[in-house]
Design a protein around this ligand. Structure first.
Ligand SMILES: [Zn+2]
Length: 250
């Protein structure tokens, strides 16, 4: 087979992933290659791609290209994807996540907002991929190669290294702003909190807490008790900050 050239144009913020940050890439190929492999060889994980047009026609990731072609690649935020509602490659409405080992602060923020995030700081890469696939969770990571595993159906590469900005990124990417339920989930283990009677947990409380507070929640997973003490005000401030950021930046 003689070699051929594929010319790719990356739209939206996908240029972020390209080596020279230029939106057009030409690749010389010697064999028939799938769209997924061609796009990922440019550095863009398939989880970031919502629409691919080959010579103007929408295709999916398994489409094989064997001769000269022009390929347009769009992110989930590109306006053009709405022109091809049947051909969008990313699933909408993902509400469950699994996070890479380096993202402890992001995980805490998301759980604080009530979002379901599995996190194990000792998890190996293949465990993350397995959890994502088996439980239909979007994989959150700053390792783009992890997102290139075919078994990862949903995922997101965090652009920022700042946990507050990362939280806002996730809320935007997965349209979570309208489904937040702050203070309903355990920050330590992800279980949903239950209200607890004071008499039943009084042994776990310090003396001042016993005196000043009557409303408590308890985690059925790890036993942690929560109440609206001084730490609560700090957490509320954090939530306010996240909501403000979510509204101000486009
Ligand atoms: Zn817990």
């Amino acid at each position: 087979m003689s070699s051929f050239t594929v010319r790719l144009t990356f739209h939206g913020d996908l240029a972020f992933f390209l080596r020279r940050k230029q939106s057009i890439v030409e690749r010389r190929l010697n064999e028939r290659t799938s769209v997924k492999d061609i796009v990922e060889a440019c550095g863009v994980p398939h989880t970031e791609v919502d629409l691919v047009l080959v010579d103007g026609q929408p295709v999916d990731f398994s489409q094989v290209i064997g001769s000269e072609a022009g390929v347009e690649v769009f992110s989930i935020r590109s306006r053009s994807v709405t022109l091809f509602p049947e051909n969008q490659l990313q699933v909408r409405g993902v509400r469950k996540f699994v996070a890479d080992v380096h993202l402890g602060k992001l995980v805490r923020d998301l759980r604080l907002l009530g979002i379901d995030v599995v996190y194990d700081r000792d998890a190996e890469d293949r465990q993350l991929v397995k959890t994502s696939n088996a439980q239909d969770r979007a994989l959150l990571t700053r390792d783009r190669h992890l997102l290139m595993h075919a078994a990862v159906r949903h995922g997101y590469y965090l652009r920022s290294q700042n946990s507050l900005e990362q939280t806002v990124e996730v809320l935007r990417r997965f349209d979570l702003a309208s489904v937040l339920t702050p203070f309903t989930r355990c920050l330590r283990c992800n279980a949903l909190l239950e209200s607890a009677e004071k008499e039943k947990i009084i042994g776990q409380l310090e003396s001042l807490t016993r005196i000043y507070y009557d409303q408590f929640r308890r985690c059925p997973g790890c036993g942690q008790v929560y109440w609206s003490g001084s730490h609560f005000e700090k957490l509320r401030k954090r939530i306010r900050k996240i909501r403000d950021l979510l509204q101000t930046e486009a």
